[in-house]
Design a protein around this ligand. Structure first.
Ligand code: PLP
Length: 458
């Protein structure tokens, strides 16, 4: 019989393995080597007919799993836009998992419901959004965008006398979807899932920094669902919200701002100017697992019109026990789920408003320093480093690609690539609290060394 009542053996084993991983993460390779990847074959076995000893299960994860983990919690991981994890966030996550709370309803977890309600207020305040804005904690910005656009689509139709929830889209009033031509790919996917058709998106033209040009916005009316972004996923730039939001308000359109990582600029006094006017939108999506470095599986949808969000997520069944308190599932498409609020609450409680501002500013300062070091080493910086993203190019696409290959195979740092203004670039995202100045200097040296290893062309 297995012992489930708190026998500490396997838990202690896992925690010491986890701590060992954390201690060495910045000293090991930032991407698994061939051997570690080949060893993943150990997991490709048929369904085990017999069970295993629990310690052996955890040992197997430690032995073959840990070496194949990407060191994204270390200080020299600059890939995609990937946050690290703080000790307190990890610790709170462990507690939440030990409690195994189901965050669906107040009755299934009063602690999860209470913390989500607290966070709704805290996030609204930290991000300076309208008071009483509704928030739901979802798996990430992709889901947050889907929820917000559902609320927006349904509300625009409701105002014109059509109930999408009950009557569907056939015969519904037409919705025009206007999206930055540089929007994150998850926006078009949400539009497609919502039955609005990715092909019917009207792209909003951008300038060379990837910001929507206000002079290229067509006439707006009450049929328009407009999506802008705080933090271009490549260059990190911010759309001119104030100009455009005044127009969406006047037209009776719905404005969503996807600020997966960039909306946190609003929590930092020296950077909040980047998001001026973002409070005038109707809904926002933001991740906690990126800039804030909360553990993964944590994004937030915020919607000024609470009813618009909850009406679009409405669900009914005789066994659901609604309460007079907060019931989380009233605001998102999920029912059972983990209590994401617990690690998020701990992350914010530990940092406080000041700590968050300092950390966000530090990411920006380090990104600027990274860009200066690379420029001094003869690389070209292709974007204006407004926030935490740096786009780097060599003398031509070939040199850029070869440098990136060298960086990725060496393992000293990790970053990814993209295309920017028709050129290949290496994309750096400074997004982890673990990153230090020393990491930035080592990373810049790794760029020069990768370039110097490119074989001479014939
Ligand atoms: C990361 C990102 C998303 C998607 O967020 P997930 O947390 O991966 O779901 C959407 N928009 C932008 C701008 C992003 O950077």
């Amino acid at each position: 019989m297995k012992d489930y009542d708190g026998d500490a053996g396997v838990l202690n084993r896992a925690s010491s393995y986890a701590l060992e991983y954390r201690r060495r993460v910045s000293r090991s390779r930032f991407y698994p080597d061939e051997t570690a990847l080949n060893n993943l074959l150990n997991f490709r076995e048929p369904v085990p007919e017999k069970g295993s000893d629990d310690s052996a299960v955890i040992d197997m994860l430690h032995r073959w799993g840990a070496p194949a983990a990407v060191a994204s919690t270390g200080g020299r991981y600059f890939g995609f836009v990937t946050g690290g994890i703080t000790n307190v966030g990890l610790a709170a996550s462990w507690m939440a998992d030990a409690w195994d709370q189901n965050a669906a309803l107040y009755v299934t977890s009063p602690i999860a419901a209470t913390l989500e309600e607290v966070l709704e207020n805290w996030l609204t305040s930290l991000l300076s959004l309208p008071p009483k804005t509704a928030a739901a904690i979802v798996s990430g910005a992709a889901t947050a965008i889907l929820c917000a656009l559902t609320a927006g689509r349904n509300e625009l139709c409701r105002r014109r006398g059509w109930d999408v929830r009950q009557d569907g889209l056939a015969g519904a009033p037409r919705i025009r979807v206007l999206v930055s031509e540089q929007a994150h790919s998850t926006v078009a996917r949400a539009v497609a899932i919502l039955g609005l058709g990715a092909n019917s998106i009207e792209p909003l033209e951008c300038d060379s920094q990837g910001r929507v040009r206000p002079d290229c916005i067509p006439d707006l009316d009450e049929t328009c669902l407009v999506v802008l972004q705080a933090g271009n996923v490549n260059g990190g730039s911010f759309d001119p919200f104030e100009d455009i939001a005044l127009r969406t308000r006047e037209a009776g359109a719905w404005l969503h701002i996807d600020g997966a990582f960039g909306l946190w600029a609003r929590a930092c006094p020296s950077l909040s100017y980047l998001c001026r006017g973002a409070e005038l939108a109707d809904s926002w999506s933001v991740d906690a697992h990126k800039t804030l470095n909360a553990p993964y599986d944590c994004g937030v949808v915020l919607c000024e019109d609470r009813n618009a969000l909850s009406a679009s997520m409405q669900t009914e069944a005789s066994y659901i026990q609604w309460s007079a308190n907060r019931d989380n599932m009233a605001y998102s498409p999920e029912m059972s789920r983990r209590a994401r609020a617990i690690p998020l609450w701990a992350t914010i409680k530990s940092l406080g408003r000041n700590g968050i501002a300092t950390q966000v500013e530090k990411l920006h300062t380090l990104a600027g320093e990274f860009a200066r070091l690379l420029a001094a080493a003869g690389f070209e910086i292709c974007n204006n480093v407004q926030f935490n993203q740096v786009l780097v190019a060599g003398r031509d696409d070939e040199e850029t690609s070869r440098t990136l290959e060298g960086l990725q195979s060496n393992g000293e740092i990790w970053c990814s690539g993209a295309t920017w203004n028709f050129r290949k670039v290496i994309r750096i995202s400074v997004c982890s609290f673990a990153t230090t100045r020393d990491d930035i200097h080592r990373a810049a040296a790794a760029f020069s060394s990768a370039r110097s290893r490119i074989p001479a062309r014939r």
